[in-house]
Design a protein around this ligand. Structure first.
Ligand code: SF4
Length: 172
């Protein structure tokens, strides 16, 4: 059976919300539309944020975070081109395997949207201290909403607010 992802190009990018913080990401450009696999990814990734109408799926893992559009993959938390190439290759292999196994997977178009950035922001210390690696609390809130970072990165976060944020993040 043919692979869904046969080729791609990779660029290192510095996310706008993290300029100057030393955080990098990889932008993977695809020559073909891979959105047909998104409902299958949504089925096997219970914590992914999926928007079927707009064809986007986002999820986070301990090492990297991923955001997919029809002809584009963004991989957060890569430190150099070698790591970007390895992460892209590993993800392409995983997507191709899911695509090849799709007859045994029940696709899901259930909408799972990320928690609102402003709701997250309101519970943060809002001091812009940068200890989390992001330039502002708002940038960190946006990253949290997309699953690209964890609550543990905000050292000044009060335990009660951390509990509230945990509930907010896992309620989607
Ligand atoms: S560590 Fe917390 S308080 Fe400091 S900038 Fe990041 S989110 Fe804001």
């Amino acid at each position: 059976m043919a692979n869904l992802i046969e080729s791609y190009e990779i660029q290192m990018v510095e996310p706008g919300c993290s300029v100057g913080t030393g955080r990098w990401g990889a932008l993977v450009t695809l020559p073909n539309d891979i959105s047909a696999v998104f409902p299958y990814l949504n089925a096997v990734l219970p914590k992914a944020s999926y928007d079927h109408e707009n064809k986007t799926i986002i999820w986070t893992e301990p090492q990297q975070a991923y955001a997919l559009r029809p002809c584009e993959i963004r991989i957060a938390r890569v430190s150099d081109p070698e790591q970007a190439r390895a992460a892209a290759s590993e993800l392409a292999a995983r997507i191709n395997k899911i695509w090849q196994d799709r007859e045994s997977i029940t696709p899901s178009t259930k909408q799972k949207r990320p928690p609102p950035v402003m709701e997250i922001y309101k519970l943060l210390p809002r001091t812009n201290c940068r200890q989390c690696g992001y330039a502002t609390c708002m940038a960190y809130a946006a990253a949290l909403s997309q699953g690209a970072t964890t609550l543990e990165q905000c050292a000044p976060l009060l335990p009660a607010d951390k509990d509230r944020l945990q509930k907010l993040i896992t309620s989607v």
